[in-house]
Design a binder for this molecule. Sequence first.
Ligand SMILES: [Zn+2]
Length: 385
Amino acid sequence: MVSTLLTHIGELVTNDPAREGVLGQVADGALVIEGSRVAWVGPAAEAPDADERVDLGGRTVLPGFVDSHSHLVFAGDRSAEFEARMAGESYAAGGIRTTVAATRAATDEQLTSQVGRLVAEMRRQGTTTVEIKSGYGLSVRDEARSLAVARQFTEETTFLGAHVVPTGTTPEEYVDLVTGPMLEAAAPYARWVDAFCERGAFDVDQARAVLVAGAAVGLRGRLHANQLGPGPGVRLAAELGLAAVDHCTYLEDADVDALRDSGTIATLLPGVEFSTRQPYPDARRLLDAGVRVALASDCNPGSCFTSSLPFCIALAVREMGMTPAEAVWAATAGGAAALDRDDVGALVVGRRADLMVLDAPSHVHLAYRPGVPLVSGVWVGGRPT
Ligand SMILES: [Zn+2]
């Protein structure tokens, strides 16, 4: 097996809890890759020999970002809606229906090429693992094919038939479809099941029915909740012991307590608040209460069309009370925890060698230099891409 030494790393972020600090950094570090895995981590002065040697000239190395929430399978363009929103119109969940019509009309090839383009865009910005949801098909055929398209790019696929009730059906009829024939068609292509638990989408009983039906066929649950206002979704996620509940913008004290006690990850999606001009979630409150926090893009054509986790980190630091180290952890190890993955999100011996090189002296520059393309290299499974 070929071994590669990456050396002269100015700051090596490991996320190793056995090392000091939130990020377990090693100054003037080195890392050895064997095959697709990390084989050694430590100070450059103590590094063992390897077949190949890459001198990183003092740059920063971090684990690749784990983007645990995206909606990449869609067609159509909603920039006019964004433009109108910036001119004063408010965001409503119903805008999803616009994308549904365009997605149903698109061919498999068009959807595949769109997802491929966006995954490549994410990769260039340091994302090495991405979760992709369905949710713009909303018919048995279109949900199943959306997931089949997503599956070509990631194992982390999520069935989100319960995104919004499509026109021409009642909520009751639609939940029966989602928990019956649609779930049956989608399950072979999905690892996760999700629902949009929000006023204007699905209520807590409907969301529970979807999650329970998914669990019965082996899909693990995650949930969109408390994005547009307070509600029972976060407590439902905690009660069911879901891996993650996403958005968490409007939280009551009981929600925060439930998250802390259940260990369910709160995935914050600040690109959405940026793009919908909503108040940001209070990450500081969650962290101070002992809740684990992840950051993800929520890349989607309606409420947030960014694929950039560096941008989300900058927002989390500037607007949500997170330190740069907490925000970087949330976008790497936090994302891995939100996907229940123990092979990514950290650079420790035995994990996948998924990493990025930053053309900067430290991780702080991700927040300090917003909008600047600092990612100068991305390695996936031990190989540069
Ligand atoms: Zn979402």
